[in-house]
Design a protein around this ligand. Sequence first.
Ligand code: PLP
Length: 362
Amino acid sequence: MSLDFALQPSSHPASEADRAAALAAPAFGRYFTDHMASAVWTPGEGWHGARVGALEPFSLHPSAAVLHYAQEIFEGLKAYRHADGSVWLFRPEANARRFQRSAARLALPVLDEADFLASVEALVRADEAWVPVPTTEESLYLRPFMFAAEAFLGVRPAERCVYSVIASPAGPYFASGVAGVTLWISSTYTRAAPGGTGDAKCGGNYAASLAAQLEAREHGCDQVLYLDRTGGEGRLEESGTMNLCLVTSSGELLTPGLGTILEGVTRDTVLTLAGKFGLTPVERPVTVEELRAGAADGTITEVFAAGTAAVVTPIVALKSPEHSFTIGDGQPGKQTLALREHLLDIQFGRVPDTHGWMRRVL
Ligand SMILES: Cc1ncc(COP(=O)(O)O)c(C=O)c1O
């Protein structure tokens, strides 16, 4: 039976003035809406206690398994307000399915796709006033997550797990945004290995990325580009929160194949849209040396990163302990900007949704 995320309205919602101030300059992940969706799982009862209630802190026993063993997963998707006032989600079914795959990898209980969608939609309905009217690319970022809440010490799957969804109005993810970002190619840290959790969206992956992120900052870069160093030659994987795509002079949209990277919804979307821009989608291993040589001889013309939060973000330069190089003339690429614009046009309902990717909530 499906869960009913019925609304129990908050008794203390933000004032209209506070909400307006947050929506005027939302940044990313700084403000949160009035409500949250939640449900609890135990082996005996399965999923139960579904509701949308006031946003409130969790109360956890100090031995709660998530605090010690990081049994936790999450998702990220957005709700977009269209010009006629309606509110839509972009490919939320893909997030629901990835959440299920992440749950299986982290030995967490699986949530039905229908329940995932119901929880997200119920929260968007409850907090509709928080869905920004876009001036550029503002939207409501939705963060479904699940964690091990059982109180015990010992390494085994928890028998009490909490699922929740919170929401946060979002502006551009990078301050430099479309101007392009610089990536640090770390030789100290890797993100994933075969058989590990690289293809799951679990908190532990991001905890392990923070030292690399600090290293990137120390070198004046915005984000990390991780390599797969098994085999020695250094194959491109992905960035901290985005998949990596290359445009070649022969008209390919080239991206590393799946395996140890996160299967990005945006990655799949741009691969599907490539043909519209005269590009052939190609998934294959790419070494860092191929990227460096291609940037130098002009066979790699553009590089961009793709992800829900950052949409399509131009990568204009890369640095490593050995090299520092720009892509093209160091300016955002034409195809990159065209793909970005088209994707935003689909998400904000400015062009027809020919792939059936948009799901109306309100
Ligand atoms: C490590 C990582 N790679 C790629 C992505 C892009 O995935 P998506 O396009 O589904 O947001 C994300 C963001 O969720 C991420 O955290």
